[in-house]
Design a binder for this molecule. Structure first.
Ligand SMILES: NC(=O)c1ccc[n+]([C@@H]2O[C@H](COP(=O)([O-])OP(=O)(O)OC[C@H]3O[C@@H](n4cnc5c(N)ncnc54)[C@H](O)[C@@H]3O)[C@@H](O)[C@H]2O)c1
Length: 342
């Protein structure tokens, strides 16, 4: 397929992230926005005007069916995933791009993957922080061997689980070569965030045993370590790798630092939607052009990130080690709500 082919795109959910996506697609000549959707009429009208798109609807499935885009992108809140995956598949799209968290339960994620795999539709999930120069620098240092053999990867965020956990798991798996998770143990506390639009325990932490021997450590939510170097609360994430000869870590809002066999070093960088969305959408075109150029945020990888998070939840509920892969089970958020003390 020639590399000047233009891919048509529908975006549903024109809030903060839908607008970021529409903007990035519009700025890249490889894409053409052919439809926008939101159930909020005023928001939809404003977006239609901003992006000069005439085809709009409050019904994402109907819009996708009518416009038959190559890419169906949805950026709705976490309570809406499986129905929009089905809408994209039924419209015959080539690729569905959507926002994290992948789903709100393992059962939902399993159905989503079953649906897209059966239809041969590519999926991409927005773990786009990886495009930050500071995230990339840590990857470069770890991959160069400068910290020796990686034995531990870690990620913490003060933001709560359905906002942040898969970000942490995705980037730490990237730093350690995308190993499979063999088992996890987890613990959680607090019920006040179950009523949030990103329902979660207030805190969840856990250990992950990876197939390459690497130990993962993650913490998300109230009580996760502060990152005093970073002012903006949502960017208080510290994600890194420790090896036999040093460590390298990224602070989402505060650059990177490392101690390696070559010495002590650090550099700048801050999460920036504008910067990160460009390559994130470009790599969708690259993947559609060429089957071998699999998007780094592909849905199969994101599914495994999510599965690890759900295994941690199951560990809280069942107490002890939970082995992966997971099958269907009691919806994890409901189960957590049932077992966590008030
Ligand atoms: N990757 C990141 O860095 C990042 C950052 C922030 C948020 N997010 C994720 O993005 C998602 C959206 O977050 P947001 O902050 O943009 O939310 P938002 O509330 O700003 O936007 C959501 C939009 O979806 C619309 N909507 C609701 N139901 C709909 C339906 N049936 N059809 C069409 N539109 C519908 C709402 O009216 C709203 O405009 C969340 O899952 C969130 O976790 C990701």
């Amino acid at each position: 397929m020639s590399s000047d082919k233009q891919y048509t795109v529908v975006v549903a959910g024109m809030g903060k992230r839908g607008t970021h996506h529409a903007d990035a697609f519009q700025k890249n000549p490889r894409f053409k926005l052919v439809g926008l959707c939101d159930i909020d009429a005023a928001r939809l009208e404003a977006a239609a005007k901003k992006f000069s798109v005439t085809e709009t609807s409050a019904d994402a499935a109907a819009l996708a069916k009518k416009t038959r885009p190559d890419i169906f992108c949805f950026c709705t809140l976490p309570d809406l995933r499986l129905p929009l995956i089905c809408a994209g598949v039924q419209a015959g799209v080539k690729l569905i791009a959507y926002e994290k968290p992948t789903a709100l339960s393992m059962n939902e994620a399993l159905q989503m993957m079953e649906t897209t795999r059966a239809a041969g539709v590519k999926t991409v999930v927005s773990h786009q922080h990886r495009y930050g120069v500071h995230y990339q620098k840590v990857k470069e240092i770890v991959a160069s061997g400068a910290i020796g053999r990686v034995h531990t990867v870690y990620g913490t965020a003060t933001g709560w689980m359905t906002h942040m956990l898969t970000h942490l798991i995705d980037y730490t798996r990237w730093y350690s070569g995308y190993p499979e998770a063999e088992w996890v143990v987890g613990q959680a506390h607090g019920k006040s965030k179950f009523s949030d639009n990103h329902p979660s325990p207030d805190y969840i932490g856990g250990l992950i045993q990876y197939s390459n021997g690497v130990r993962g450590i993650v913490e998300s939510g109230e009580g996760a370590p502060d990152v005093p170097e970073v002012d903006y609360w949502w960017r208080k994430c510290r994600i890194g790798a420790q090896g036999t000869e040093g460590f390298a870590e990224v602070l989402t809002g505060g650059g990177w630092r490392a101690v390696t066999r070559d010495g002590v070093m650090s550099g700048p960088g801050c999460m920036d939607y504008e910067h990160d969305m460009g390559p994130y959408v470009q790599e969708m075109a690259d993947w559609l052009d060429d089957e071998t150029k699999i998007h780094p945020c592909n849905g199969e990888t994101a599914y495994k990130d999510f599965e690890i998070g759900m295994a941690l939840c199951r560990s809280v509920v069942q107490r002890g080690k939970v082995k992966l892969p997971l099958g269907p089970g009691e919806p994890e958020l409901e189960a957590l709500k049932r077992v966590l003390p008030d």
